[in-house]
Write a protein that binds this ligand. Structure first.
Ligand SMILES: CC(C)(COP(=O)(O)OP(=O)(O)OC[C@H]1O[C@@H](n2cnc3c(N)ncnc32)[C@H](O)[C@@H]1OP(=O)(O)O)[C@@H](O)C(=O)NCCC(=O)NCCS
Length: 110
């Protein structure tokens, strides 16, 4: 999606030693101007070390600073309890919208 379209931009996630441990991508929805995060993942062997949480926090901070966007959105499968709780704990609020069977949650950093 990042290589062949012009919507999604890739980001790699590195641990403190610099090793690549994960991925996410971001893109702007022209319809409402919100900045979407997608494809968020941490290597299976590196999960539960705080990297996923840190990656989303860092991405929000970086994107806010570098793009000026303050309205963020993402989606996840309803049965993805880990993602659902992680994003909720970061302030993402489910809106009742659905995208391809996934629940949409939004965060406004004001
Ligand atoms: C979602 C994902 C990115 C989280 O990455 P991570 O590095 O494991 O996350 P963290 O270590 O920062 O943990 C975040 C929270 O989730 C909890 N958590 C992580 N994995 C868990 C598991 N398997 N079971 C229960 N809780 C879990 C942690 O305890 C933590 O909660 P806390 O901050 O209240 O202690 C990772 O699980 C993943 O890559 N999953 C597969 C892809 C996916 O589902 N992506 C999301 C799609 S939108």
């Amino acid at each position: 999606m990042c290589a062949y379209g012009d919507v999604w931009h890739p980001m790699s996630v590195h641990d403190a030693s610099g090793s690549v441990v994960g991925f996410l991508m971001w893109g702007i929805d022209d319809a409402d101007g919100s900045c979407w995060l997608g494809g968020i993942l941490v290597d299976a062997g590196q999960q539960r070390r705080g990297l996923g949480r840190a990656a989303v926090v860092q991405a929000l901070s970086l994107l806010r600073t570098e793009t000026g966007h303050t309205s963020f959105a993402l989606s996840y499968r309803p049965d993805n309890v880990v993602a659902r709780q992680l994003y909720a704990s970061l302030g993402f609020v489910e809106t009742g919208e659905e995208e391809d069977g996934e629940l949409v949650a939004r965060l406004s950093l004001g």
